[in-house]
Design a protein around this ligand. Structure first.
Ligand code: TRP
Length: 363
């Protein structure tokens, strides 16, 4: 599959489930007719929030229908930030619970913690050898994150190399990512090409599967939803907390008084309604906004109720898992075991092609 090309089944909405299996990756390393393989990762910043859900998790759940999926809690990436060591274990547990509660299914998908599979960092080191520093320095996320830093950890520069290793360790052909990660995926393809160029065709050049929701703005209506900005809602929030957060949401700035006519098309609350409110009610919501017959507060109340309802079962499943962390642990152990099997096979082949299998070569 050509560089930059987006999978046909990466299109919004339905389609993923009935995508023909032979579209998998680019054919390299994937048996014809095999189920295409997907890899994606998320940093353990704790419980998932609406942005994680709309931008990634909802899509991941769907992809399980049609793809062989690897979903990874990327703690090795997280340590390039400033997560206190004493908080990391709980954040991993909370994210694992969020994964499982929204419907990632350990029977179908491989769900695991990155550092349980040391081959990720081994392959990352190997990719360090074929990646130009210039390519790393050009990464927008790197430039943004380090703009005001006095001393930059090398891990932030090399972050996308580890990401490439995550994906290519499983020779995944497709990666569901948000817009902000497209550049990293582009670099992953560059790394695959360079390594293949030197050691022979082995790694596929993975393509992006875009998120369902596009860019999800936070409740502030300005920045992308993120926990650190504090402009989002935890997916496991109880109804009172959901309302507490949603009531702060910024609406159409032109709507000052309750009966001013509003513009749903520029209102982020309406965008969120489109994700969570019963589609049959959307005409009424947009209509009453335009007519100025329903105030923003009442409109947000409906949104908070929709979110509450949407995640009710998710909260119930999460409560069960919280009460039984040993079950979560067993799932992550089993996931790591499966991941390690795949990872070892890749590394064996990589070492051999790179001349590191000296015993075998000596005869
Ligand atoms: N860098 C990604 C993010 O912050 C997380 C990530 C790590 C990832 N490894 C990955 C995403 C591999 C996709 C594939 O969102």
């Amino acid at each position: 599959m050509a560089e930059g090309q987006v999978r046909a089944d990466g299109a919004e909405g339905r389609g993923a489930a009935d995508a023909p299996a032979q579209e998998a990756g680019d054919g390299k390393g994937v048996a014809p007719g095999a189920v295409p393989r997907v890899f994606s990762g998320m940093q353990p910043s704790g419980e998932a929030h609406l942005g994680n859900y709309l931008g990634a998790l909802r899509r991941w759940v769907e992809l399980q229908e049609s793809h062989e999926c690897f979903f990874c809690i990327v703690d090795q990436h997280a340590i390039t930030g400033e997560i206190p060591a004493e908080e990391l274990p709980l954040r991993i547990l909370d994210l694992a619970i969020s994964f499982l509660a929204v419907g990632l299914d350990p029977e179908r998908s491989v769900i695991f913690v990155q550092s349980d599979v040391p081959e990720h960092t081994e392959l990352a080191w190997i990719f360090n050898a074929v990646t130009p520093v210039g390519s790393l320095e050009r990464m927008t996320q790197y430039k943004d994150k380090t703009a005001r830093m006095e001393s930059i950890p090398a891990g932030l520069l090399n972050y996308p190399i580890l990401q490439a290793a995550d994906i290519l360790l499983y020779r995944a052909g497709a990666v569901p990512v948000g817009e902000d990660q497209l550049q990293h995926l582009e670099l992953t393809r560059e790394i695959a090409r360079r390594w293949n160029g030197r050691y022979g065709d082995f790694f596929p050049e993975p393509v992006a599967i875009p998120g369902v929701g596009g860019r999800i703005l936070g409740l502030d209506g300005k920045a992308k939803m993120s926990k650190s900005v504090g402009n989002t809602v935890r997916i496991l929030a109880e109804p009172e907390e959901i309302w507490d957060r949603v009531r702060t949401a910024v609406t159409d700035p032109q709507r000052v008084r309750r009966d001013d006519p509003g513009r749903p098309e520029v209102c982020n609350v309406f965008t969120l309604h489109q994700h969570f409110t019963d589609p049959d009610h959307l005409d009424d919501i947009a209509g009453q906004c335009r007519a100025g017959t329903r105030g923003c507060v009442a409109c947000k109340r409906i949104l908070a109720d929709s979110i509450d309802e949407h995640f009710r079962e998710v909260r119930e499943r999460a409560a069960e898992l919280k009460a039984d962390p040993r079950r979560v642990r067993a799932i992550l152990e089993a996931g790591a075991e499966r991941a390690r099997g795949e990872a070892r096979a890749t590394i064996r082949e990589v070492r051999e092609r790179m001349g590191m299998d000296w015993r075998g070569a000596w005869g």
